[in-house]
Design a protein around this ligand. Structure first.
Ligand SMILES: C[S@@+](CC[C@H](N)C(=O)[O-])C[C@H]1O[C@@H](n2cnc3c(N)ncnc32)[C@H](O)[C@@H]1O
Length: 426
């Protein structure tokens, strides 16, 4: 397989690939590595490859003519896949690496400065690839990373082809933990199962660890993972695990009214009923109705009972989750161990000193605290009087759409956030 790197800093490429399995494959002739310098395709004394951007702005942009001439030279007459390394490209993953390994010749074009004139891409590039959501000072390190990953899949480059199948991302999962001698290190022993020679049991353990690690560390991979037949008894989706420890609380006091006065809002039948059904749908552990008014708490429980008696079996199950308590502190005290309390708000200004979470980052945060309950507070009225509610440790970012209208009902907000937290994405 051939790699040709188009770069104004060719001295960065060969040394980075000179050692290890890739270096051996180059020396052994399995891989061919070459560079082409766009400066060799300039006509001025300074060998200029960049110019100021049209429209102004900082930095310089790589010019079309020398770069396109260099790409054309790099391709020659045989077919080649022309790739621009850029942070704006499609993220490189193992599936893409596998597809790239099918090509005979990859031409890898490295940007420098502020990037490359768009018309280079439009006229002379087959695909744009990014190696991650961060900005490098040039495409060379990205090209080296891509060459390394693709080379490992070229037959003969790795000693043992089977190791490629087993690795992280081979089946859309992270790899299981690996151990070698010594048997014990700083008080930590190698898992016993790996030392007993039962290969069936070892394979099962590795599969389970691979699933568990992916579920905990990479929710993005996990939601896309299609379970194999034997996987059914392995870990549940992280969302379901966190949902089963989650309680919602509908707070009627202390909340603001339209004049920014702290008040106690009145209970509504639909809030009791609809939020209980949402909580049940997403597999939550419970639903607190929070009001300091004893008559309102009685009313909440009365409503829940009525729906249980008259609403059929499904509704009864959902409404059985409703519990009325006098304060947020009482809801917290009802949970053991101590829950992580998370506020919700429609306004960026409320709970302004707390760390802010997206639904995905909140689920990931809870995954790192196995068994800890989550209590999510929703305000009625004009939202919770944050200065009077000290319990929350974090806050979920407000729900936003592409309009400036920002007045969802609390029932809708609960449903939307529960779906973003725990809904299935596939
Ligand atoms: C300083 S960067 C230019 C960044 C550009 N102004 C932007 O914001 O997208 C210079 C060059 O480094 C390379 N580069 C930087 N980050 C990269 C990444 N994450 N993946 C692939 N190439 C990258 C590209 O070739 C890019 O043209």
């Amino acid at each position: 397989m051939r790699f040709t790197v188009v770069t104004i800093l060719p001295e960065l490429i060969a040394p980075a690939l000179a050692a290890g399995v890739v270096g051996r494959a180059i020396t052994g002739g399995l891989l061919t590595l070459a560079t082409v310098n766009p400066r060799d395709f300039t006509s001025d004394r300074h060998r200029t490859v960049d110019d100021t951007p049209y429209g102004g702005g900082p930095g310089m942009v790589m010019k079309c003519e020398p770069l396109v001439a260099a790409i054309e030279h790099a391709c020659g007459d045989a077919p080649a896949r022309r790739i621009l390394l850029t942070p704006g490209g499609a993220p490189l993953d193992q599936a893409r690496v596998r597809a790239l390994a099918q090509h005979e010749h990859l031409v890898l074009v490295c940007g420098r400065f502020e990037g490359v004139d768009e018309r280079v891409s439009e006229t002379s590039i087959d695909e744009e690839i990014s190696i991650g959501d961060f900005v490098l000072s040039g495409g060379e390190v990205a090209a080296v990373a891509l060459i390394d990953a693709v080379s490992r899949l070229v037959p003969g480059v790795l000693g043992e082809p089977a190791s490629v199948e087993d690795e992280s991302f081979g089946a859309g999962l992270l790899e299981y933990p690996q151990y070698t001698r010594p048997l014990e290190f700083r008080g930590r022993a190698v898992p016993e199962i790996l030392t007993q020679g039962n290969h069936g049991a070892i394979a099962k353990w590795r599969r389970r660890e691979s699933l568990r690690r992916t579920a905990r560390r990479r929710p993005d991979l996990w939601t896309r993972h299609v379970p194999a037949p034997g996987d059914a008894k392995l870990p549940t989706a992280p969302e379901l695990d966190v949902a089963s420890r989650t309680h919602v609380a509908l707070v009627h006091h202390p909340v603001f009214d339209r004049n920014n006065q702290v008040v106690t809002s009145a209970l509504t039948n639909f809030d009791v009923h609809d939020i209980a059904r949402s909580a049940q749908t997403y597999g939550l552990a419970g639903y607190f109705v929070v009001t300091p008014v004893a008559a309102q708490r009685d009313k909440a429980e009365h409503i829940a009972r009525l729906w249980q008696e008259e609403g059929g079996e499904h509704r009864a199950q959902a409404l059985a989750q409703v519990r009325a308590v006098a304060s947020v502190a009482d809801a917290v005290a009802a949970l053991d161990p101590k829950p992580l309390v998370v506020a919700t708000t429609a306004s960026e200004e409320r709970f302004a000193n707390l760390p802010r979470d997206t639904p995905a980052s909140l689920v990931a945060h809870l995954q790192d605290q196995p068994g800890r309950p989550l209590l999510i507070l929703f305000g009625t009225g004009w939202g919770m009087a944050d200065h009077l509610i000290p319990e929350p440790e974090r806050v979920l970012l407000p729900i936003r759409a592409h309009t400036s209208w920002n007045h969802l009902s609390v029932r809708s907000a609960v449903a939307i956030l529960l779906d973003r937290l725990f809904g299935r994405r596939t």
